[in-house]
Design a protein around this ligand. Structure first.
Ligand SMILES: NC(=O)c1ccc[n+]([C@@H]2O[C@H](COP(=O)([O-])OP(=O)(O)OC[C@H]3O[C@@H](n4cnc5c(N)ncnc54)[C@H](O)[C@@H]3O)[C@@H](O)[C@H]2O)c1
Length: 312
């Protein structure tokens, strides 16, 4: 089968392209990416075909999607802070761009798997978060991801498009650099620790996250493509691992065998306090899933970092 990955040169996209390219059922993998936050280097040494261009370019998108058996739509303008600075830009890529992708898929009736975000739960404080809870976005980024998943569901209902949208939680792992657009905490901590700098914690550090290893995410996405999985509801893609930011710092200090200093800064606007997924729906669709445990995923991430960061 032939698979197109929008945002395929990004952190999750490049890990997914590598996973897809390793599967015997997959013939051709095409990454469509405008390289705004992704990098061609992420696909170096693979057979993945990189097409540099935007999902907002309708003609290009239709050409690229025409021969595909499936599209995994990951292209987005990431990060809460960037969406606070320029809400319209986030809307254009994440909402309008998703409609463009869905329109291209509709023309050729192509299975589509799209990325939404746990940020859609926003101010809902119930834990764990299950897909039946209401959504209350706290930022334009979260609102734009809610638009993404809503359009995916609408195209499934209105046009019978085979479609699935996943709510990713805090994905971490190799190919996610410290300066990544999400200002993600795992790479920020590892990078600071390896450079002998203090780890910056926004707020008291007791806020919790459900960290998901990117290799697990890539495996689930590739399985969804191979088995053409669809769902009339968005599906959490995380496993209920609830870890505070301070606990994460301690795990990393142990793996790195380094004493780390913590520096607190005020909480960031638009950040949620606690996050933990209910994985019941995910496990009902993907039986026998064995996620990479946190300690192992962090160790693999540290190993990747050591290969790209010069120690202090
Ligand atoms: N990383 C996480 O923890 C996380 C959490 C929730 C949701 N997500 C979602 O997962 C997806 C992938 O995120 P990521 O962490 O790999 O981020 P990323 O920034 O590394 O990847 C996004 C990719 O999309 C590309 N892109 C942006 N605008 C584009 C456009 N107009 N046309 C074509 N390509 C474009 C970027 O160049 C980049 O390669 C996104 O949809 C994001 O919203 C990620």
């Amino acid at each position: 089968m032939n698979v197109v990955v929008t945002g395929g040169a990004g952190f999750i996209g490049a890990n997914l392209c590598r996973e897809l390219a390793s599967r015997p059922t997959v013939g051709r993998v095409v990454a469509l990416d405008d390289l705004s936050t992704g990098s061609a280097d992420n696909l170096a040494g693979t057979d993945v075909e990189l097409i540099e261009g935007s999902i907002l370019d309708r003609d290009l998108l239709e050409d690229v999607v025409a021969g595909a058996d499936a599209v995994v739509h990951l292209a987005a303008r990431p990060s809460v802070p960037r969406s606070l600075a320029d809400p319209f830009a986030s809307h254009e890529v994440n909402a309008t761009g998703s409609v463009r992708v869905l329109e291209a898929c509709r023309r050729s009736h192509t299975h589509v798997v799209a990325a939404s975000s746990s940020s859609v739960y926003g101010s809902i404080t119930d834990l764990p978060k299950h897909e039946g809870l209401p959504t209350r976005p706290l930022s334009p980024y979260a609102a734009s991801k809610l638009a993404t998943e809503s359009y995916v569901l609408a195209y499934g209902s209105a046009f019978g498009l085979p479609a699935l949208s996943f709510r990713f939680f805090n994905v971490y792992g190799p190919l996610q650099p410290a300066g990544h657009a999400y200002a993600a905490v795992v790479p920020a901590f590892i990078d600071a620790a390896l450079r002998g700098q203090p780890l910056t914690v926004f707020g008291d550090g007791h806020q919790t996250r459900d960290f998901t290893y990117v290799g697990t995410v890539a495996r689930v996405l590739a399985d969804a493509v191979e088995r053409k999985v669809t769902s009339a509801r968005p599906v959490n893609l995380a496993f209920g691992t609830r870890v505070s930011v301070l606990e994460l710092a301690h795990h990393l200090a142990k793996i790195l065998e380094l004493a780390v200093e913590i520096r607190h800064e005020p909480p960031r606007r638009g950040d949620v306090r606690d996050s933990q997924a209910d994985d019941g729906l995910l496990r009902s669709l993907f039986a026998g899933l064995e996620p990479v445990p946190l300690e192992q995923g962090l160790a693999e991430t540290v190993q990747w970092f050591r290969s790209v960061v010069t120690p202090a």
